[in-house]
Design a protein around this ligand. Sequence first.
Ligand code: NAD
Length: 295
Amino acid sequence: MANIGFIGLGNMGGPMAANLLKAGHRVTGYDPVPAAVERFTAAGGVAAAKAADVAAGAEVIITMLPAGRHVREVYLGPGGVIAAAAPGALLIDSSTIDVETARAVAASAEAAGLAVLDAPVSGGVGGATAGTLTFMVGGPDAAFARAEPILQAMGKTIVHAGGPGTGQAAKICNNMILGISMVAVSEAFVLAERLGLDAQKLFDISSKSSGQCWSLTSYCPVPGPVPTSPANRDYAAGFTAAMMLKDLKLAQDAAAGAGVSTPLGAAVAQLYGLYCGSGEGGRDFSGIIRLLRGT
Ligand code: NAD
């Protein structure tokens, strides 16, 4: 069992740290929000007063932070993780952030002789709680081999995507597919409604035809066909539209940086911008159908 430091004990990090504790690891954690720390100590974790205290003495340090600027601050800032980590420590960032920041952190950590991985996740709070997350991991083979047994306490599928930054690349590419497919499915249901085609009938036909996709069959944006989808509970999130917008913007920034044209990704990012701008950013991302329907 390992001595693990965990920084960022929010909606995702809290249950992930709890699963590490359940697996028998010793976990020291830090979060500036007292309620997050209380939940963590109630699960058996040891609270630290600052990020640097978490890093000192940990064999493995995991971060689950909101965005790239938080990751830069926590790793690269004065008294940051890279400066405070013990020699030989393994650093794993599971936040969803820009590829550039992931690579900057990797370069600084490597220069300091520390192993580092970008390891964003898919599966949401439900997956974090159940320990069934998918990890997409970028970084050196040896670091991945060390991380795998630790990540298995929090996830079901652990994929080594390639070198530094490729975990983040996989995450934003996947979520660009998801955003585009959710808008595609939503547009089809709105058109079907106007053409007098029953939503359940469209579902029955398309789920067995070439329109079949996850946004339709697992996360249907209209109530009825998939009882577990957020559409059945007034689009209570799930995965918020604001988070989808964040990921779509990351994909657009990456595409611009790489000189790649992603016209559908750009259009969908704009639609989610409009939806969030209408005050619906806290709703599930499948609620985009309301913007398209105009109700
Ligand atoms: P969250 O806001 O609930 O948690 C982030 C935590 O980081 C907060 O508790 C915050 O207090 C803490 N934090 C902020 N700055 C800090 C600092 N300097 N030092 C230490 N802690 C700090 O967000 P979340 O939903 O847990 O998401 C975390 C990451 O996971 C994001 O990058 C998000 O995009 C990604 N993600 C979220 C989901 C989801 O469904 N929630 C799914 C997949 C990926």
